[in-house]
Design a protein around this ligand. Structure first.
Ligand code: MN
Length: 162
């Protein structure tokens, strides 16, 4: 009888752990309700970790801008990259970073925004313990799309201040 209870408890523990693991894969751990839809999980070599993208707007040839909501799991981030026409980020959730190559990383919180000049090599993404979301507006897109470079290494990322 004692053993049976042990097995039942063990089974429940395994079930609990499994359910939580699945939950982690399915949805970002950002606490608050998102302002904009999270969209679909990104399947791209240009990002590390789990990132969701919801593109918005008509993307016509008049405004020369593309805008989307990007949500990052803790630790998730873009690769190093640049935008030929520049980019603006509006932080809508959590805490994360923006870093231009050769500069210290900047901590970003909900309500902050960043103006990224054309062709400045940079990355943006979540803090190690915090989910993060921003509206990304790529400007002057007739100048061309993002130029993607290598990943932000763990060495580069782990050395950042919280
Ligand atoms: Mn960017």
């Amino acid at each position: 009888m004692k053993y049976r209870i042990k097995y039942i408890l063990l089974f429940l523990m395994v079930l609990f752990v499994t359910c939580n693991l699945e939950k982690k894969v399915d949805e970002p751990t950002i606490q608050s309700d998102p302002v904009f839809p999270r969209g679909e999980i990104l399947d791209s070599d240009n990002f590390s970790g789990s990132v969701w993208l919801h593109m918005m707007g008509a993307q016509d040839s008049t405004l020369h801008a593309r805008f989307g909501n990007v949500s990052f799991e803790p630790g998730a981030r873009t690769n190093w990259h640049s935008h030929p026409g520049g980019q603006v980020l509006f932080i809508t959730e959590g805490q994360g970073y923006y870093q231009a190559k050769g500069q210290p990383a900047q901590i970003l919180r909900k309500g902050d925004h960043v103006e990224i000049p054309p062709n400045v090599v940079h990355w943006h993404g979540a803090g190690p313990e915090t989910g993060f979301a921003h509206i990304a507006i790529s400007l002057n897109t007739d100048e061309g799309g993002a130029v993607w470079l290598g990943p932000v290494t763990d060495e580069e990322y782990d050395g950042l201040d919280e």
